[in-house]
Write a protein that binds this ligand. Structure first.
Ligand code: ADP
Ligand code: MG
Length: 593
């Protein structure tokens, strides 16, 4: 029988011989392994750290905390365990740091994170959960198989055979349904060698290994976001990946917040990784008050937030990324659709660079370590749809913000990300400066999911994918004509070109742009997008009759303002229908008879 190795022998001990920032060199006696957690003793505190390099009886460890107070000869005790996530009911609604310390209590006192050296249990040990067993004595179960379940918010939280246990388990005892704490033994089983195991509602998993049981299958379902430019032009899929690179202030965080509020998934893991402290505090303040538009319940009920700020040691950023994806993987095994948002992966890459520098590794491009792209690829590869032995498949969609210096997409982090993701939503300075929000550049961005999603939507609208491709074409042409117009002036272009230009502008202004802060416009359901996109396509199809450029411009300005204003009216109301009909009749009156 194979189990993830756990060492039983005496734990190793060591002493600090050299310190360089939060990288410590340690001599040790005993047996240690890569990734093992070690505690550094400082005064009466113990600081958590992780082994990153072993050479003979010397090891380099990175400390997850501020290392002030660490001295030569400070004692280091190795734990034998890898950095693990604690998994069980009660993760939803939590706010953790990268080591899974719950920050709920400190979140009230904005900006205050845990004092160093204090580690709390991730799950509430006192809280009772209504456990209902589904397995029976005599059942033969494997890792990930369900013993029973409890209700966590609106979800069935399945209690599963720990993923770290391989082989067959025959149940010998199952607790009666009832109300229990997470540490209560709820079932017992014997393995193939006759050894007995007890199972509680909690299990652990090392965060740097992918937690997956089942077959990965191709994503087939769209993940709608309520953001028109995304759903229509650059669609995302459940189980897919995307990135949102953009310069500082272009709207990456606003976009990620939007997605965490509105994306049509069950659960959102929001990893606030190394961004400014103020921003993270904003998340902590704002989120608990938000309402889920799909269920009208508190949004936190489907959310887990993991946060570190740029003021925390770099090692903590790396662990928050892995902690986030591991919790997501756990919920995927319950057949849920999970969205992982990381803001921003550049901060994580900077942490890798900093640590690589201290380790004196041979630097790659822009001093990032040579393994940068493989780390990024490994992270995004943990996305995907997984078919399960019981019930419907679960999925993880990953979306990473990237903040390249100066908004230059040629830099290594953006490039490494672009080569692995399924959709690229590039935010541009030009668009955010002209307040065209969301500043996703429709000329730069792409999605590999256009055809698959197009097929799915073709059942609702005939020829959807053709319409989407044509719209993009008009945008490109309009942009070209706009540039030409800057040189030769409006008089220098034909009426036909003028109309293409105006159609592209109208599409951009009244459809692709969307106000994140307006109650109605912030979230545009798919049904509403379809109705509006069909109207826009009617405009594309119409051959208009104008005598002068000025007349055309005036007409289009009026039309695009009318559509924009309609976006602020609640959908499917009498008023909406009236305005919609008015706009249609204006278009028809102006068309060539
Ligand atoms: P970044 O994370 O890229 O540095 P932010 O997301 O913090 O940038 O956005 C900076 C500012 O831009 C916001 O505070 C807001 O004023 C404006 N902004 C961004 N996106 C939108 C939007 N969709 N609608 C309106 N304003 C926006
Ligand atoms: Mg930001």
């Amino acid at each position: 029988m194979k189990t993830l190795e756990t060492r039983k022998e005496k734990k190793a001990q060591g002493k600090v011989v050299k310190a360089f920032g939060n990288l410590l060199q340690v001599t040790f006696e005993g047996n240690i392994r890569q990734g093992e957690v070690a505690m550094v003793h400082v005064d009466n505190l113990q600081l958590k750290s992780e082994v990153i390099e072993i050479l003979g009886n010397q090891a380099k460890i990175q400390v997850f905390e501020d290392t002030k107070g660490v001295r030569l000869d400070s004692l280091v005790s190795f734990t034998g365990d890898l950095l693990e996530a604690e998994l069980g009911p009660g993760l939803l609604s939590s706010i953790f740091d990268g080591l899974q310390n719950p920050l709920v209590d400190v979140a009230d006192q904005a900006g205050l994170f845990l004092p160093k050296g204090i580690y709390l249990s991730a799950l509430d040990r006192q809280r009772k959960w209504d456990f209902e067993s589904s397995a029976k004595v005599g059942d033969v179960l494997f890792r990930g198989d369900r013993i029973g379940s409890t209700k966590e918010g609106r979800f069935h939280h399945f209690i599963m055979i720990p993923f770290s246990l391989y082989g067959k388990y025959r149940l010998t005892w199952v607790i009666n349904s009832g109300s229990y704490t997470v540490d209560t033994v709820v079932a017992k089983a014997i393995d193939e060698s006759g050894q007995e195991h007890s199972f509680t509602m909690v299990q652990k998993w090392p965060v740097k290994n992918a937690l997956i049981h089942g077959e990965k299958i191709k994503p087939t379902k769209m993940m709608d976001t309520g953001e028109r430019i995304i759903d229509t032009q650059f669609p995302l899929m459940k189980g897919g990946t995307f990135c949102t690179p953009g310069p500082f202030g272009a709207g990456k965080t606003v976009l990620q917040h939007h997605l965490s509020k509105y994306a049509a998934v069950d659960i959102v893991l929001f990893v606030a990784c190394g961004e400014r402290a103020g921003e993270v505090v904003e998340v902590l303040r704002e989120f608990p008050h938000l309402i889920d538009p799909h269920t009208d319940e508190a949004l936190m009920k489907r959310t887990v937030i993991i946060c570190n700020t740029s003021s925390m040691p770099v090692a903590a950023r790396e662990s928050s990324i892995y902690m986030g994806i591991t919790i997501a993987e756990y919920y995927r095994q319950m057949g849920l659709d999970v969205l992982v948002l990381a803001d921003s992966t550049s901060r994580w890459a900077q942490a890798l660079r900093e640590m690589s520098g201290r380790l004196e590794e041979i630097p790659g491009e822009e001093a990032f370590p040579a393994y940068l792209s493989s780390r990024i690829a490994e992270f995004y590869e943990r996305s995907g749809v997984v078919s399960l032995r019981h019930g419907k498949p679960g999925s993880i969609t990953i979306g990473g913000a990237v903040s390249p210096a100066g908004g230059n997409f040629e830099e290594p982090v953006t490039q490494a990300t672009l080569s692995v993701v399924g959709a690229f939503l590039g935010l541009s300075r030009a668009r955010s400066d002209s307040r065209r929000y969301p500043a996703i550049d429709p000329l730069l961005s792409w999605s590999k999911y256009v055809d698959t999603v197009g097929n799915e939507l073709s059942h609702q609208v005939d020829g959807w994918d053709q319409m989407v491709k044509r719209a993009r074409h008009i945008l490109f042409n309009g942009n070209e004509i706009g540039k030409r117009m800057e040189v030769v002036g409006e008089e220098g272009i034909s009426m036909e070109d003028m109309l293409t230009y105006l159609k592209a502008e109208l599409y951009d202004f009244s459809y692709l742009q969307q106000n994140a802060f307006d109650k109605e416009d912030a979230y545009c359901p798919l049904k509403r997008q379809i109705a509006l996109f069909q109207l826009i396509n009617q405009i594309f199809d119409t051959i208009f009759d104008f005598h002068t450029h000025d007349q055309a411009r005036e007409f289009f300005l009026d039309l695009q303002n009318r559509i924009k204003n309609m976006n602020f009216i609640p959908f499917d109301t009498e008023q909406y229908r009236k305005v919609f009909a008015e706009i249609k009749s204006i278009i028809e009156q102006q068309s060539r008879k």
